[in-house]
Design a protein around this ligand. Sequence first.
Ligand code: QAP
Ligand code: CO
Length: 171
Amino acid sequence: MILPIITYPDKQLKTRSLEVTNFDGLLHRFLDDMYETMMSSNGIGLASIQVANPIRAIILCIPDEDGKQHKENLIEIINPVIHTPRGNVLYQEGCLSVPGFYEDVERYESLTLHYQDRHGEPCVLHATDLLSIAIQHEIDHLEGKLFIEKLSYYRRKKFEKEYKKAQKEKK
Ligand code: QAP
Ligand code: CO
């Protein structure tokens, strides 16, 4: 089932998401719905709060060299914790909850992630490149933070102006 995606400036996106404790069929069906929702909107990552469910669950499907996404590369990440972040990189990010806007954001270059899978099994993952960046973007959602909050005052102003204009043109 494709779920509606909440977009900025909806206040729900500021919610801090809560730890997942039940790794049951309901969670599994919800993760499947998240995947369908993300793929139907051409996303590479989605946090649960973006579909109005404030739980600490994110999904990622990083495209291959040809830009194609494969279900085998889907990673479901529950209750994530970042360990040993290293280095810094700039990457032009976007967000399904901030449609049509992209800006450079600074992130850690690599990190180790501790998390649980859909069955509650503990997992560890070493991430670099786009995967590392996407993990940080999605974990920010779990804290109620959007990438636009990391912009300088000037670039944030520019965003607010452009975004409002684009919204008016949509209506
Ligand atoms: C988060 O973002 C991310 O504006 C995932 O019109 C961002 O999937 C991870 C999207 C940067 C790594 C690097 C955005 C689709 C998708 C849009 C997305 C849009 C259509 C964003
Ligand atoms: Co996002």
